[in-house]
Design a protein around this ligand. Structure first.
Ligand code: DMJ
Length: 583
């Protein structure tokens, strides 16, 4: 009996031996095994919990976006109904087969990857042959300092790399900015080019990444540019020596400042003041508009030459192409950047006036009735349009939603007509790439004038805006056609080049920095969901650098805040690339 009780108790002790510490202390191997197993299980649980938490955050962000989009859709539907447009019922919309949506999504993903691959190729070639220099010459495999040695391609590419999720490349570029970007150059820089490419590129990189090094560099550069505005009228000189600060205008303008060169710094300088809380940048750039506002003509169209001493215009052509273009673009965008508030109302008013002027320049070709924007010399119109003016359809689409019903549709419809013309600038040549400008003669529709193509972005920029605002997939197809033509004619083993002639396809030897900053970025965004760089939160400068829209208070307060605080950096990619806003 006693024996059986003791054997029962020893068998129960035997069964529970695994939970006794003494068992493991005598068996170090088992102790090690159990410890490792415990660590692994703990890690697994922690990892799963982290993923769940991240997913919850992402799901709630997506839910917020969804609600926002649903609200916007309602507003849009009401707006369209008010204007007499027939809206499909929910049932009809859901008739769109799921497979069609999935197919579109797959096509977009593939195309986006192709554009990203093009960016990688352009960037890798730049890294290999022209690292730190302004631009790559792919044929001769060398770099060239066409902007004074400011690493123009590198700085222009920062945000494209970031948006495409090319993190290693972005980090390498950031290190170069931190260690090697030096503005103390005895070089006569173009105030316009340096602002839109370098200052814009740095500010955008700062807004996206939150890294202070970009803001410090931006401030240093802007401080060197500021003396250009010290003229009797406040209209800036267009050239400045970055090391010594002496400013002047180029000789070929007869001492005049150029309209686009003087009226395309507002976004960058306002953004810099907002981020540094120092109003001096904004004040200089905005005073230019105040000055031009005083004598703004009834049609809102300004000749391309401005006298920096008197602040008045000099006799010269009126154009939405070279030397005029981005002045009009910035009137609209400064209004958007300023949250469309009272403080920036005058920008919108000036822009609307200019858009009446633009309409007065629109003619149609025969026989195909392509709409185009004429240039104007004195009282006479000339039937010529630069490819550069193909930014206008995008600008009109972006500005159309500020109008009331009726006017908004008219504006959007003109944008669509002009985009069709610009697309045909490409389609009408043997290479399917557009020339630099076009002439329109009775009975002949369009014919190429200057026949080079330097990888410009304006048409794909407009396609991007039109797709965002109309949801019409045709614009993606047109963008894809243009991308394929670049791939076919401009891609080389050592980068991308322009064409000397779009009729013959003969190549030049330059990979322009705006190909990486603008052309490839707009194409990538054309095939990305609209939440990637949402136009409600960002405004693109004229070099396609997105600047975050922040709260702007009325002028009299003279205080510009960023919603109380600096916003956190943007997270475009989750644990796996493509989680947020991509797939
Ligand atoms: C870019 O530098 C900018 O888009 C500018 O506004 C016009 N020219 C080039 C691209 O064509």
């Amino acid at each position: 009996m006693g024996k059986s009780r003791s054997s029962a108790s020893s068998s129960s002790r035997w069964r529970w031996r695994y939970i006794r510490p003494s068992y493991y202390l005598k068996r170090p191997r088992r102790l090690a095994f159990v410890s490792i197993a415990f660590i692994c299980v703990s890690f697994l649980v922690w990892d799963r919990l982290t993923i769940t938490r991240e997913h919850q955050v992402e799901v709630s962000i997506l839910n917020e976006e969804l609600i926002g989009l649903q609200n916007k859709m309602e507003v849009l539907k009401n707006h369209l109904r008010d204007s007499g447009v027939n809206i499909q019922s929910e049932d009809q919309i859901s008739d769109l087969t799921k497979s069609e949506i999935v197919q579109d999504h797959q096509i977009d993903t593939q195309r986006r990857e192709k554009v990203k691959d093009a960016m990688l190729h352009a960037w890798a070639s730049y890294e290999k042959y022209a690292w730190g220099q302004d631009e790559l010459q792919p044929k001769t495999r060398n770099g060239i300092n066409s902007f004074g040695g400011l690493g123009a391609t590198l700085v222009d590419s920062l945000d494209t790399l970031f948006i495409m999720g090319l993190e290693e490349q972005f980090q390498r570029a950031k290190e170069w900015v931190a260690k090697s970007l030096d503005f103390n150059k005895n070089y006569e820089a173009s105030v316009f080019e340096t602002t839109i490419r370098i200052l814009g590129g740095l500010l955008s990189a700062y807004d996206l990444s939150g890294d202070e090094v970009f803001l410090q560099k931006a401030r240093d550069l802007a401080d060197r540019l500021l003396p250009a505005w010290n003229t009797p009228s406040g209209i800036p000189y267009n050239k400045i020596n970055l090391a010594y600060g002496n400013a002047h205008n180029p000789r070929w303008t007869g001492g005049n400042s150029i309209l686009a060169d003087s009226g395309t710094e507002q976004l960058e300088f306002i953004a810099l003041s907002q981020r540094t809380k120092d109003p001096k940048y904004r004040q200089k750039a905005e005073y230019v508009i105040t000055e031009l506002h005083k004598t703004f003509p009834a049609d809102g169209l300004l000749p391309i030459y401005l006298n920096p001493h008197t602040g008045t215009t000099s006799y010269s052509p009126i154009t939405f192409g070279a030397m005029g273009d981005s002045f009009y673009e910035y009137l609209l965008k400064a209004w958007i950047q300023g949250n469309k508030t009272e403080a920036v109302k005058h920008y919108r008013e000036m822009w609307e006036t200019s858009m009446k002027g633009l309409q007065s320049l629109v003619q149609r070709t025969t026989p195909s009735s392509f709409a185009y924007i004429c240039e104007k010399n004195g009282d006479s119109l000339s039937d010529k349009m630069d490819e550069l003016a193909c930014f206008a359809p995008g600008m009109l689409a972006l500005g159309s939603f500020g109008y009331g019903p009726g006017e908004a549709e008219k504006c959007l419809s003109l944008a669509e007509e002009l985009a069709w013309t610009c697309y045909n600038f490409y389609q009408s040549t043997p290479t399917k790439l557009a020339g630099e400008n076009y002439f329109f003669r009775a009975g002949q529709d369009m014919s190429v004038g200057t026949s080079w193509n330097i990888l410009r972005p304006e048409t794909v920029e407009s396609l991007f805006y039109l797709w965002r605002f109309t949801g019409n997939k045709t614009y993606k197809e047109w963008g894809w056609d243009i991308f394929q033509a670049f791939e076919k004619n401009s891609r080389m083993e050592t980068g991308y080049v322009g064409l000397k002639d779009v009729n013959t396809g003969e190549k030049d030897n330059m990979m322009q920095s705006f190909f990486l900053a603008e052309t490839l970025k707009y194409l990538y965004l054309l095939f990305s969901p609209p939440s990637v760089i949402s136009l409600d939160e960002w405004v693109f400068n004229t070099e396609a650098h997105p600047l975050r829209i922040v709260t702007r208070h009325a002028y009299e307060e003279n205080v510009l805040e960023i919603d109380g605080q600096q916003k956190p950096p943007v997270r475009l990619h989750g644990r796996k690339e493509g989680q947020l806003g991509y797939d």
